[in-house]
Design a protein. Structure first.
Length: 363
């Protein structure tokens, strides 16, 4: 097997959803499974920072509890959108219609599709090429199983999916579910076969169906909103990508900071306030300062927030872009909404050959 799989597990706390990013180390091609609409910027930042090329945004099924981020991911990366073809004409926007036995290649690695209906008709599990990992969506959960009481759910079908498609995998095959509500991150086939309270041990189909038909769960809160959106692969009704800012091409990093490129700043100096948060003496050192930059050291920023005008977006700057990143946090906490950190600070500014000012006589 060529190289160790790149693997990240991500969590959306609002819906307790797990998202998985898988990448081929030799080609950097990647797929993402069950990305969440509201987490799009986080997921995209991680893909960019790991220098991955996304080839597909895959869903394990048409979700009822959150909206997929697949369409947003396609807009951002031109990846394909994959989901089961069993949803038929109701599903729009997907261009990779999958069924049992299909393979999804990303570089020199691939996933195998296993049809695992029961929670919905179109539930599929994605199995890694080495059979070391399976992404089960809402079919098999850790010490649980997906509910079967809406969206064509059927407990008998789910029983057969789990016992025939998942429990036939090697005991040490790791199970990564679509959700967990108790902070558990993974399990294994052998472990669930032994200890799953719904379908493990000696449970037969009648035991499982009896259990599942009496869960008495409340109707999912997000269903009325999530289902129509997911049938559009997560495309908003107005067809527009939500903008992070209306004043400039800002980007969110995986660390959660909002940043902007120095090139853009250099071309828009008269439209923004450049706030240099280095110590004043640093501004006269080798790297110099940006023309018109206002000096306010990070250590004094919080008590002096009122001095900063809010009529223009604020671009924070420092030596390498670290202290200025923290400055954006302080500014946002102080009520500033149009704020971005200049990526890479004065070091990158200088590397790009952008103009600086120096006080006469300074080094
Ligand atoms: Fe679900």
């Amino acid at each position: 097997m060529p190289g160790k799989l790149i693997f990240r597990q991500l969590f959306d706390a609002a819906s307790s959803t797990y998202t998985y990013l898988l990448g081929c180390p030799s080609t950097r091609q990647a797929v993402i499974i069950d990305t969440v609409f509201e987490q799009h910027l986080r997921d995209r930042a991680l893909i960019e920072e790991l220098e991955l090329k996304l080839v597909a945004a895959l869903d394990t099924h048409c979700h009822a509890d959150h909206v997929t981020g697949a369409w947003l991911m396609q807009q951002a990366t031109a990846c394909r959108i994959g989901i089961s073809k069993r949803y038929g004409d109701a599903m729009h926007g997907a261009d990779l219609l999958l069924d049992h036995g299909d393979r999804i290649a990303f570089g020199r690695r691939h996933l195998e599709v296993r049809a695992t209906p029961g929670h919905t008709d179109g539930c599929i599990s994605y199995l890694s090429d080495d059979h070391h990992m399976v992404f089960t969506g809402d079919c098999l959960l850790i010490r649980g199983a997906g509910r079967c009481d809406f969206q064509q759910g059927h407990a008998g079908t789910l029983y057969r999916s789990i016992t025939q498609q998942l429990f036939s995998l090697p005991d040490d095959c790791a199970i990564f579910p679509g959700h967990d509500y108790a902070g558990r991150t993974m399990s294994s086939v052998g472990e669930e076969r032994a200890h799953n309270p719904r379908i493990g041990g000696q449970a037969d189909e009648r035991d499982f169906v009896g259990f599942m038909d009496n869960l008495n769960l409340p109707h999912p809160k997000q269903l009325a909103m999530a289902l129509p959106a997911n049938l559009r692969s997560g495309q908003p009704e107005d067809g527009k990508v939500p903008q992070l800012a209306d004043w400039g091409p800002v980007r969110q990093t995986y660390a959660g900071l909002i940043e902007i490129d120095p090139e853009w700043v250099s071309e828009h100096l008269d439209e923004v306030l450049v706030l240099d948060v280095r110590q004043p003496e640093e501004m006269d050192e080798r790297l110099g300062r940006i023309k018109g930059a206002r000096s306010l050291p990070l250590s004094e920023l919080k008590p002096r927030l009122a001095e900063i005008p809010q009529d223009q977006p604020v671009i924070t700057v420092c030596h390498a872009g670290m202290r200025s990143g923290q400055a954006t946090v302080i500014l946002r906490q102080g009520g500033f909404t149009r704020v971005a950190n200049m990526r890479g600070g004065m070091l990158i500014w200088q590397q790009l050959g952008l103009p600086v000012e120096r006080r006469a006589g300074s080094a």
